[in-house]
Design a protein around this ligand. Structure first.
Ligand code: GCO
Ligand code: MG
Length: 412
């Protein structure tokens, strides 16, 4: 099992995806996701220039050793570009090991701890009635848990709201499914925390009145509040019994969560932009969060995320792995195998990819009764259709950013 070939494939079916494809001398193929939304080509260069040459001729069976080698030998550690590149290698090696063993990756990770993965979808609407329609649509699609994002009166466009109201009715490019817009500059959006904090609790009250107390509801603050604002929101949302409040403050300031925690029993989730266990260490040890939001793709792969989640398990903290559409089907498959195997699985974010993406990445996962399962094919269960991938060359795209009414740049 010597790595013979390492190709970095960029394709843009519904959005840009970066995929590493490793081939061994005995003909096994492994796939890894290296997609970093809005900065894709930086990871392509890191892989092509600095990782691929190191992989050729090395032993594909040595997953842990390869991870440690890439992490330590670079000297310059961590960061989203480096860790997305390492993640792709790690996923591809697990894929290969599964194929060599004739087993799905979750079997190699210890076997299934459950029959399926409870997943949440993204319900959103500019108004309550649009939001209710979206919740109903998700219920019809089988979702048993839902993230609730709403428009705020006075703000034109904000993170997480479906595009219909913004004149982008094409289902394949809905804003809630893909916020990164194609073009050579990020779009500017507006933000007003006070208006948001005033509006949001009433929306949750309306959703509870309409859909009852049982549906698990989540909300993403997307790093936009100060600690005291987040504390106030967590407290205000307590009557609506959230499954979690996500990314309530900028993720770099871990102490912020301590302040939030002192004021509210609303469960907290964070970590989609984190890259290593070090970003989570204090939050886990001091029990300042309830869910680890790391993505396999951005945390350096299955190998290090499994360790992080096992550490979290000692503190009764569960997984809530990141799963928006900028995680490719390969990254999603990796999350599903890991989620099926660990003991402390919490919930999996799941936004279906568009038809074009599903033609490029052929997949074996199932979605039934609100639960995901990665399937039982050897490896990760995803194969890349190279002809389809070749139809969609890279297109520059950026995530939007926010400005306040006075022009100040704000967290998006
Ligand atoms: C989520 C995330 C995403 C991010 C996206 C940025 O909770 O799913 O916040 O929607 O905005 O991954 O690329
Ligand atoms: Mg989020």
């Amino acid at each position: 099992m010597i790595i013979d070939k390492a190709e970095v494939i960029v394709t843009s079916p519904d959005r840009n995806f970066v995929t590493l494809r490793l081939t061994t001398d005995d003909g096994l193929v492994g796939l890894g996701d290296a997609t970093l939304n809005g900065r894709e080509l930086a990871v392509v260069a890191y892989l092509t220039e600095h990782v691929v040459p190191l992989l050729i001729g090395s032993d594909a069976a040595r997953i842990e050793d390869t991870w440690q080698f890439l992490y330590r030998s670079a000297y310059w550690r961590r960061g989203p570009v480096t860790m997305a590149a390492s993640a792709a290698v790690d996923m591809a090696l697990w894929d290969i090991k599964g194929k060599a063993a004739g087993m799905p990756v979750y079997q190699l990770l210890g076997g299934a701890s459950r029959t399926g993965l409870l997943a949440y979808g993204h319900a959103s609407g500019k108004t309550n009635s649009e939001l209710f329609d979206s919740v109903r649509m998700h219920l019809e699609h089988g979702y048993r848990a839902m993230r609730i994002q709403t428009g705020v009166p006075g703000l034109k466009a904000i993170y997480g709201i479906a595009s219909q109201a913004q004149g982008m009715a094409d289902a394949e490019t809905r804003y809630d499914h893909e916020p990164a817009r194609r073009g050579n500059k990020p779009t500017e959006e507006d933000w007003d925390t006070r208006a948001y904090l005033t509006h949001l609790p009433g929306v949750f009250e309306a959703v509870r009145n309409e859909f009852g107390p049982d549906l698990p509801l989540l909300h993403d603050g997307h790093h936009r509040m100060t600690p005291i604002q987040a504390a106030k929101l967590g407290k205000a949302l307590e009557p609506y019994d959230l499954f979690w409040l996500e990314d309530c403050t900028p993720a770099e300031n871990q102490e912020a969560l301590r302040l939030v925690r002192q004021h509210t029993t609303t469960p907290l989730a964070i970590g989609e932009i984190f890259n290593t266990v070090w970003d989570f260490k204090d939050l886990i040890r001091d029990q300042l969060i309830d869910y680890v939001r790391g993505a396999v793709t951005h945390m350096g792969g299955i190998t290090p995320l499994k360790k992080t989640l096992e550490y979290a398990a000692q503190y009764q903290i569960k997984s809530g792995m990141h799963g928006p559409t900028d995680i490719s089907p390969v990254g999603m498959a990796a999350a599903m195998h890991l989620g099926l195997a660990i003991h402390n699985f919490g919930i999996q974010e799941y936004m279906p990819h568009g038809d074009r993406t599903n033609r490029v990445f052929e997949q074996t996962f199932t979605w039934e009764g609100g639960y995901l399962h990665p399937g039982n094919e050897p490896g990760l269960g995803v194969s890349l259709n190279v002809d389809e991938a070749g139809k969609y060359p890279y297109e520059q795209a950026y995530l939007p950013y926010n400005r306040l009414a006075d022009g100040t740049v704000h967290d998006w």
